[in-house]
Design a protein around this ligand. Structure first.
Ligand SMILES: Cc1ncc(COP(=O)(O)O)c(C=O)c1O
Ligand SMILES: N[C@@H](CCCC[NH3+])C(=O)O
Length: 420
């Protein structure tokens, strides 16, 4: 089953695998996120198959979707994790991902986080600066533990993606500039508590073209050869994540095409390969289901006002991102054009402008597609709206994998000062 096939319309009614979305909505109430476990498994298996000829470990980028149900699904399949905070390490371990399959990225690891990661015994720190390296050395030495490190290299390559999710240009905050890499490795070799083992690179997200990957990996291959000549023992190359998905009509290279690029550029170095996919494992495995609250006739346009807002899915307002939006029930409905908006008091709370979908009325359900990655994890309670629950479907069964919080818990999380 491909990810798209996990959300079929059968007799004009939308399903997730074999469960009707309307049935879930009747029990859970909208808005809610809904994931197909089979789609996640299929995406993971496709990566495994694509990399089967290489000594590769998949370290799922937890930031894409850190729900415990999602992480446990991937843990069971043997996935490791790419994490960027102590919270993500805790989430990964709680879901059954062993620490020795965890790589730790991020530009601002604190002493407390480094201490925690070392005590857990993670596989590798992807170090993003020399000051971070010094701190890891200090903390590791105090603990009498050796930290296995790779530097995240900024190769100064244009990822040809949205500027806000491009990470591999010299102007971006990420990684050590490739021009300074040899100095950084030489410093690492001198420091106590540090074992240099790898090189890491991640140039951005939602890449739809393989050429930037190719260029970046070529530069990394040259660097590995130079580092070895400098006497460093490089046995791991972490190639990052970033392979995109189809949101609208993007034509994507396959996972096999991507694996072939990795192989062609890096195989001769004989290193263990780590890959850190996020979006391409989860994106098309989830939808955000919402109800129409009102249909409002404006001066020039008709608005479909939903009960999901930018606080639930921020990608359209943050990146002008396109998400498909479909009516859950399409029976006997003609098409109509709407501006599809949320309830939040911001003009930017707009999911789509002049979008054709089946004619809808108050109470009808719509599904916002390709919302499995960078959806729920980026949501907020802005306008004191409760976080949308998350549901996971497998075949005929479904479970709420994160419940909707209640108003009391949210309001009582604040305290009124005694002196007021
Ligand atoms: C270091 C790192 N690895 C992996 C990923 C996952 O990226 P994607 O979801 O595009 O595969 C990200 C996010 O862009 C990242 O910052
Ligand atoms: N949040 C971004 C992806 C960022 C990737 C993080 N390095 C998105 O929704 O597309």
């Amino acid at each position: 089953m491909t990810a798209q096939l996990s959300f079929p319309h059968v007799n004009h009614e939308m399903f997730v695998e074999n469960v009707s979305i309307a049935d879930i909505a009747a029990q859970v109430a909208t808005p809610f996120y809904c994931y197909s476990q089979t789609a996640i498994e299929t995406n993971y298996t496709n990566y495994q198959q694509a990399f089967s000829e290489q000594d590769a470990l998949i370290c799922y980028a937890v930031k894409a979707n850190s729900n415990q149900g999602v992480l446990a699904t991937l843990a069971k399949m043997g996935s490791g994790a790419d994490v960027v905070s102590m919270g993500e390490i805790r989430r990964a371990i709680a879901a059954g991902i062993p620490a020795n399959k965890i790589v730790y990225s991020g530009v601002a690891k604190t002493a407390e986080e480094i201490h925690y990661a070392l005590r857990q015994g993670i596989l590798q720190f992807n170090v993003e600066s020399e000051p971070e390296l010094e701190l890891i050395s200090e903390v590791a030495t105090a603990l009498n533990i050796t930290a296995a490190v790779a530097f995240r290299i900024n190769p100064d390559v244009c990822a040809q993606t949205h500027a806000k999710i491009s990470t591999g240009k010299a102007e971006n905050k990420f990684g050590v500039p490739i021009s300074k890499a040899r100095i950084a490795y030489n410093r690492a070799a001198e420091l106590p508590g540090i074992k240099v083992q790898g090189v890491d690179v991640h140039i951005g997200s939602q890449l739809t073209n393989l050429a930037p990957f190719e260029e970046a990996y070529q530069r990394i291959a040259t660097l590995v050869t130079d580092l070895r000549a400098d006497g460093h023992d490089i046995s791991v190359i972490d190639v990052g994540g970033g392979l995109g998905i189809t949101y609208q009509d993007e034509v994507l290279p396959s996972k096999q095409d991507y694996a072939n690029i990795v192989k062609a550029q890096l195989n001769h170095l004989g290193c263990k390969i780590i890959i850190e996919p996020g979006r391409s494992l989860l994106g098309n495995a989830g939808v955000l289901v919402s109800s129409v609250v009102f249909v409002k006739q404006g001066e020039e346009r008709e608005f479909l006002i939903l009960d999901a807002g930018m606080n639930d899915l921020i990608r359209p307002s943050m990146y002008d991102a396109y998400h498909g939006i479909v009516a859950v029930s399409q029976k006997d409905k003609s098409l109509n054009t709407y501006d599809i908006v949320g309830p939040v008091c911001e003009t930017g709370d707009t999911f789509a402008k002049s979008r054709q979908i089946h004619q809808s009325k108050a109470g009808d359900l719509v599904a916002i597609m390709s919302a499995g990655a960078y959806g729920s994890v980026m949501s907020s309670t802005y306008n004191t709206r409760m976080l949308a629950p998350e549901v996971m479907v497998k075949g005929e069964q479904f479970s709420v994998v994160r419940a909707r919080p209640n108003y009391d818990d949210v309001i009582n999380a604040d305290t009124i000062p005694q002196w007021l």
